[in-house]
Design a protein around this ligand. Structure first.
Ligand SMILES: Nc1ncnc2c1ncn2[C@@H]1O[C@H](COP(=O)(O)OP(=O)(O)OP(=O)(O)O)[C@@H](O)[C@H]1O
Ligand SMILES: [Mg+2]
Length: 239
């Protein structure tokens, strides 16, 4: 089984070394729980080692994303110029163009654009942040689920990248993802959150599922260090 390191400090040893190549992983969490930092950390770890990555940015525009990353201590521009990283955004007219189109048409349109970019930079890593995007706002849950399912299947079949997708958990619910289908499609699921420990909020990562990997379903504490990224403390187990 070929593995892909996440590169997130402290995490790989907890999941048996990394992700299974070519599969899709889910990072879920309420708003502000570091899903985007996690995803970018994963892509950058590959990019600096010659495993190029495509990052499909759904909820934010290109400039504010690149600026935000720089403020965090991550300069994306050199990697973009060297063709090791590509940040793609959803064009504003895309949502209008695909409204009322079939799920297959929408998915083929997205995967087609991703395919071109994956080929151009020979990407082996992919992020979609978040997977259930504006594209389908106002659509029925049934159609959304079909969309998420088709998208994951097409990515694994056509792009063969090791993919990480994010999904926002509605605040205060016990769901694992926004549409309740993402976790079943993913080979592994991480749930990010906050927990009150001794009167202080600490960041938590719950390794909820890791198909075929020797990983315990445990909750650990993590920190965010500007310029470095996410640091998971395997010794600070909270559950
Ligand atoms: N420069 C920084 N220094 C320290 N911490 C930072 C910095 N930038 C962001 N953070 C922390 O990361 C958190 C947000 O992380 P991130 O954007 O990855 O969350 P998210 O889960 O993707 O949120 P959303 O649901 O809004 O997309 C912030 O709330 C902040 O606590
Ligand atoms: Mg985010």
């Amino acid at each position: 089984m070929e593995l892909v390191e996440t590169g997130i400090e402290g995490l790989d040893p907890l999941i048996g070394g990394g992700f299974i190549k070519g599969r899709t992983y889910l990072v879920a969490g309420e708003t502000g729980t570091c899903k985007t930092l996690f995803a970018l950390n994963y892509i950058l770890h590959g990019a600096v080692r010659g495993e190029s990555g495509v990052y499909l940015l759904v909820d934010e525009d290109y400039e504010s994303f690149v600026e935000g990353a720089l403020a965090f201590g991550w300069d994306l521009n050199p990697l973009i110029k060297q063709g090791k990283l590509s940040i793609m955004t959803i064009l504003p007219d895309f949502i209008e163009r695909v409204r009322s189109k079939s799920v297959d048409t929408i998915v083929e349109s997205i995967v087609g654009s991703l395919r071109d970019e994956v080929k151009r930079i020979h990407a082996t890593r992919l992020v979609i942040d978040p997977i259930a995007p504006l594209v389908v706002e106002g659509e029925s849950v049934v159609k959304m689920r079909e969309y998420v399912r088709n998208l994951v299947v097409s990515i694994e079949r056509d792009l063969k990248t090791t993919a990480l997708v994010t999904s926002e958990i509605p605040t205060g619910t016990a769901q694992l993802s926004r549409f309740g289908v993402e976790e079943f499609l993913a080979a592994g699921v991480f749930v990010l959150g906050l927990k009150n420990v001794g009167g202080r909020n600490v960041r938590t990562i719950w390794i909820r599922k890791m198909r075929w990997r020797p990983a315990e379903p445990a909750v650990y504490q993590f920190d965010v260090t500007p310029g470095k990224g996410i640091v998971v403390y395997g010794s600070k187990r909270l559950g």
